[in-house]
Design a protein around this ligand. Sequence first.
Ligand code: ZN
Ligand code: ZN
Length: 331
Amino acid sequence: MKAVVVKGRMDYSVVADAANPTAAPGRAVLSISYASLCYRDLLELMGYYPRMRYPVVLGHEAVGVVEESMDPRYRPGDRVVPMLYEPDGTCDMCLRGEEVYCRSRRSYGEDVDGFFAERAAVAANALVKVPTWVNDELAVLVPCVIAMIYKGLRRASLSQGETVLVTGAGGGVGIHAVQLAKAMGARVIGVTSREDKAGAVAKYADEVVIGSKFGDEVKKRAGEVDVVVENVGTPTLGESLRSLRMGGRLVLIGNVKPDEAYELRLGYAIMKDIAVIGNVAANRGDIWRTFELMRVKTIEPIVTKYSLEEFEAALDQLRRGDKVGKILLKP
Ligand SMILES: [Zn+2]
Ligand SMILES: [Zn+2]
């Protein structure tokens, strides 16, 4: 089958003869309908993830159809999304419903083959069935993007009517974070450094602020904000902190400059009573709750599609960051 196989740091190719995955007890084989490209894929290719085992099929975001199942919970024809990880389902973290913290989790596209392929073998423990009201283009964005943001906003105890600032609002995560925060009842301010993306952000956000020094403009238009969804990282963190009210919550999601440190003055964080929330990925419960929210609230998938053979062009687009939304790969 076709797959994007990684053999080492920045050593990858689209091959036509990758081995077909097979089912095993507790596992299923999916036919991948769409996979989507994530900044994490780029960082994995660049060697930032120490648990990469080579060779590995890249990719951790997918929606697919069960072809073969050796787990009684799933049958051929079921439409499912996998989490980014496969949990064992038995450790103390799994029993708490925090599968993302599973003591013996394995990560797709990292230490177990991922989804930039025609087919993938997955743990039944990692799957969530996709409801009829969510189409494939939207479903593929749920585990790593929309439900991940949902988990961050849940942990930030977002309540109705609060103001959420989203940085990198024209990006793949950002444009969906804006829509999700709106769906959860917030007033949303989208910040983008790119003027060409402001129109798309304005379609969903209550206010759009353009530029990297956004703190003053945000204050002028919206006062201080309750929650920041930080999709960029060190380049915007200072202005994000400045925009927060006392007792505000900072949800850290993006890290576009992984080698750069940010010096946080503790006095500032303490005296402002800021909650800093690192946020990595969604649990199955968050994915299910996000699907339930989509039953009553519309979230539009903003995507550009490529074929699996066009992986290099898709990766170039990710690096350039010149289009609004996420990049999908169709096997
Ligand atoms: Zn991802
Ligand atoms: Zn576990």
